[in-house]
Design a protein around this ligand. Structure first.
Ligand code: 5GP
Ligand code: ZN
Length: 111
């Protein structure tokens, strides 16, 4: 765990979050600044800066969780999963996370 990493600290229970799911590999919680009626972050417990260091089984688990949570959170009309990466990707928190968003029509391209 990185002491200064906000998502490590949420994963460790040191910072509050509206947690919707937790297991031995990942935690999911509502985004502080939601961009859609449902906006949940799916976050590995282990610190990975981005997709580049995460192993395929973990990545598969995180994607599978997005699908399961979409069903659980009532996003049957559709949803979007986004992984912002690096400066050009608009990543602001340097701990891998998947945005699961839905509850409204998601325009494309996002800009
Ligand atoms: P990024 O821009 O890195 O892809 O996404 C980071 C996301 O984390 C943003 O949507 C931002 O609102 C959210 N976020 C940043 N800090 C916190 C926090 O302390 N708690 C929660 N729940 N979300 C956060
Ligand atoms: Zn971290």
């Amino acid at each position: 765990m990185a002491d200064t990493c906000v998502f490590c600290r949420i994963a460790a229970g040191e910072l509050p979050a509206r947690v919707v799911y937790r297991d031995d590999q990942a935690v999911a919680f509502h985004d502080l600044n939601p961009q859609a009626p449902v906006h949940v972050l799916v976050v590995p417990l282990d610190h990975h800066v981005d997709l580049s260091t995460a192993e395929p089984p973990l990545l598969g688990h995180l994607l599978h969780l997005c699908a399961a949570l979409a069903a659980e959170l009532g996003l049957e009309e559709g949803h979007r999963v986004v992984v912002n990466t690096g400066v050009d990707g608009g990543q602001t928190v340097g701990h891998l996370h998947l945005h699961l968003m839905g509850g409204r029509f998601m325009r494309w391209p996002p800009g």
